[in-house]
Design a protein around this ligand. Structure first.
Ligand code: PHB
Ligand code: FE
Length: 326
């Protein structure tokens, strides 16, 4: 008789533990602990449960994003577009140099399914991994208490050209203006199209649109022009991931202020710290990692280049990691 292949999942504080390849994930009231094989033993790393869940949520919502998604200085994912690497310590100079890092590659679908299972079990009722801390409180912590499937399965806006165009994504009229943006004008522009061009000419109030975003640190596409994607977002508290770019991305600070820590992508050695105020524009090079801090909810335009072979062109040295020479 075949014995059961999977023993009943071990539970801590009501939470299931999970394995993916040789990685093990466990959570308790406050923390998530990840273990992996290293030098014939198992190494472990602990991070705050809320930070882990916020990062996992981004990886799931963004389908592993561009390049590296560092959950913190130790654990994260690297998108190989179809496959994904999970790593522990690989981009942490000290851990990697001491031979204790570990990388395992998965089909993206398999890793995605596991991350979704983790979120379904570990996100408590009331905790929204996309919300600012002041809007979701301390609900991430404590013993297992229900779930929040509505928050983690939020409909992902898939804009084809521009929100508000016929047959395209909606203009958030049904969402309320966020408390931080009560002063943002809500007038829409007047559009006067030549007859025959009514479905081609379009405009909308981007500030109004962003003032009604109910999530933080979650860029959504608002204009598609070939491979050029405008992905504005509203930001409050800390970007839940440290993003390791595999291409250049541009930031336009549309309101308020964000401070960015910029470090070497490979080692994590600090490179720069910059504070962007409304109107400032910056290019994040293709060989860095970065994390932002926004004291007051702010509006940021992230400009992405979705050209498929960019990571390879940077790796081959065909393109410089910065976009312009002055
Ligand atoms: C980024 O990694 O560039 C990024 C991600 C999410 C944001 C803003 C910037 O909300
Ligand atoms: Fe980035």
């Amino acid at each position: 008789m075949a014995t059961a292949q999977v023993s009943a999942p071990e539970k801590i504080a009501g939470y299931r533990t999970f394995t993916l390849g040789a990685f093990n994930f466990a959570r308790d009231e406050y923390f998530v602990t990840i273990t992996w094989p290293a030098k014939g033993k198992r190494s472990s790393h602990t991070m705050s449960a809320d930070a882990f869940l916020r990062a996992t949520m981004r990886d799931v919502a963004w389908n592993f994003f561009y390049g590296l998604v560092n959950f913190d200085a130790v654990f994260g994912t690297r998108n190989l577009y179809g496959k994904v690497e999970l790593f522990a310590g690989r981009y942490n100079e000290a851990i990697h140099k001491s031979g204790l890092s570990y990388v395992e590659t998965f089909d993206s679908g398999e890793a995605m399914a596991k991350f979704k299972e983790i979120l379904a079990d570990w996100v408590n009722a009331g905790f929204d991994p996309f919300a600012a801390p002041s809007e979701t409180g301390n609900t991430a912590f404590g013993e297992k208490n229900g779930n929040n499937m509505a928050a983690i399965e939020r409909f992902r806006v898939a804009t084809k050209r521009m929100p508000g165009l016929e047959g395209d994504s909606p203009l958030r009229e049904d969402l309320k203006v966020n408390r931080a943006f009560a002063d943002v004008g809500q007038e829409e522009p007047e559009i006067q199209a030549e007859p025959g061009f009514e479905k081609e000419l379009h405009a909308f109030n981007l500030f109004k649109y962003l003032s009604r975003s109910d999530v933080t640190w979650n860029p959504s596409v608002t204009s598609v022009c070939k491979r050029s994607l405008f992905c504005p977002t509203t930001e409050e508290y800390i970007l839940p991931i440290i993003h390791g770019n595999d291409r250049v991305e541009w930031f336009v600070q549309l309101s308020d202020e964000i401070t960015w820590d910029v470090a070497d992508r490979e080692t994590g050695r600090p490179r720069a710290r910059l504070t962007m105020k409304a109107g400032d524009v910056a290019a994040m090079p293709a060989d860095i990692r970065h994390q932002g801090y926004s004291k007051k909810r702010s509006m940021l335009l992230v400009w992405e280049n979705a050209t498929a072979d960019l990571p390879q062109r940077y790796e081959r040295g065909e393109l410089k990691p910065w976009p312009v020479d002055f």
